[in-house]
Design a binder for this molecule. Sequence first.
Ligand SMILES: Cc1cc2nc3c(=O)[nH]c(=O)nc-3n(C[C@H](O)[C@H](O)[C@H](O)COP(=O)(O)OP(=O)(O)OC[C@H]3O[C@@H](n4cnc5c(N)ncnc54)[C@H](O)[C@@H]3O)c2cc1C
Length: 166
Amino acid sequence: MDHKFTHAADAMARVVIQNALFFGRAKASALVIPWCTYTDPEVAHVGLYEAEAKARGLDVQTFTEPMAHVDRAVLDGDTDGFVKVHVRAGSDRIIGATVVARHAGEIISELTLAVVGGLGLRTLARTIHPYPTQAEAVKRVADAYNRTRLTPFVKGLFQKWLAWMR
Ligand SMILES: Cc1cc2nc3c(=O)[nH]c(=O)nc-3n(C[C@H](O)[C@H](O)[C@H](O)COP(=O)(O)OP(=O)(O)OC[C@H]3O[C@@H](n4cnc5c(N)ncnc54)[C@H](O)[C@@H]3O)c2cc1C
């Protein structure tokens, strides 16, 4: 087992109990196990890295949002770090994510839920995050994905509207 963590031991114990007592066919190898290293800032990860995805023949598109762009991180003085999300090229399906942030271990859970539940960045973009929170970094990544879906005409209108708002 690659992941020697308390939460991995707990998840595997649940697989054993499910299979032994409830005629389950769950596999420990199918578990999606995030991890976090409690440095400052913390480093957390779930799923595949870009190199792993490429080694499996998957085309990857990556979206990164620096914590310095997140209002709550600025307010808290926690601007070191980023949220990086890999999706399968041409889709919003998340295949891996890395978070470096003061509270990366908290932020990675939303992305882990997305991987386990098959929720894509489009769903995360529709999810309202309270303001100001550091988890808004995830929403900003999802918004960056959504902007890639705009046609040049709509993008032009959008940029004009943004300029007018400023
Ligand atoms: C310093 C340190 C820091 C860590 N920090 C983290 C962290 O921050 N986050 C995290 O997720 N993980 C962390 N881990 C890893 C985590 O502690 C382990 O992955 C987890 O405890 C493994 O759980 P387990 O039940 O498989 O084994 P264990 O927790 O080791 O439990 C095994 C039990 O079996 C007993 N045992 C062994 N042999 C026998 C025997 N022959 N007969 C009867 N009993 C036996 C042992 O006494 C022990 O009680 C850390 C580990 C260390 C060492």
